[in-house]
Design a binder for this molecule. Structure first.
Ligand code: PCA
Length: 205
């Protein structure tokens, strides 16, 4: 089995993004599955281009996109992607769409095709806070999540790729200047992502 896992570059004034910091630390093989890692820009449209070309290049069986959710106190396994861009602030190239559909001809929403509750339960079992989340926001993460699910239902349909999104909290070094914000150690985030991969591999067999 081959799994593509992506993280984002820093945005919103941060100098690191825990999503890619954690993705980088995953081993290249987890439970016998080949792990392909990619960093994607926090830029509307461009982020998807990177994921799409990686899918074309590597032909994965599963795609997990990971992003930072400042303010989260648990790993959030996202359930649903919405066909809407409504950015509260500009992305890394100044794009700030307001109430614009991502695909004019797409359905209003897609569900994750990852085993979200099994992933949540397995992460909690390792002593790390995790929850199923019913909103990935309306910024670049939701944009990528929706677009990947749309591609998996259309252009890549015959490949039977499962795909979904996981949001992760800040890591402690990001909250030194914002002491009221929750954070999670990077090693726990890495363990959570590794656990998600293990569950996906176990479900695939
Ligand atoms: N989080 C943002 C975009 C990039 C990231 O890591 C979001 O939640 O939309």
């Amino acid at each position: 089995m081959k799994i593509l896992i992506t993280g984002f570059d820093p945005f919103g004034g941060e100098i690191i993004n825990p999503s890619y910091e954690a993705v980088k630390l995953l081993l290249d093989v987890v439970s016998g599955a080949e792990i392909i890692k990619a960093e994607i820009p926090t830029v509307r449209g461009k982020a998807l281009e990177v994921v799409k070309s990686k899918i074309e290049e590597c032909n994965p069986d599963a795609v997990i996109c990971v992003g930072q959710a400042g303010g989260a106190n648990a790993v959030r396994i996202e359930r649903i992607a919405i066909n809407l861009d409504d950015y509260r602030f500009p992305d890394n190239e100044g794009n700030q769409p307001i109430d614009e559909p991502i695909y004019a001809d797409g359905p209003n929403a897609y569900f994750s095709t990852l085993p979200i509750k099994a992933i949540r339960d397995a992460i909690i079992e390792k002593g790390i806070a995790a929850e199923v989340s019913n909103s990935a926001g309306l910024f670049v993460c939701n944009h990528v999540f929706y677009s990947i699910r749309h591609l998996c239902e259309t252009r890549f349909r015959e490949r039977n790729i499962i795909s979904g999104f996981i949001h992760v909290p800040f890591i402690p070094e990001q909250t030194v200047d914002k002491p009221n914000e929750p954070s999670m150690p990077l090693e726990d985030i890495v363990t959570a992502l590794k656990t998600a991969v293990e569950v996906i591999v176990a479900n695939h067999e």
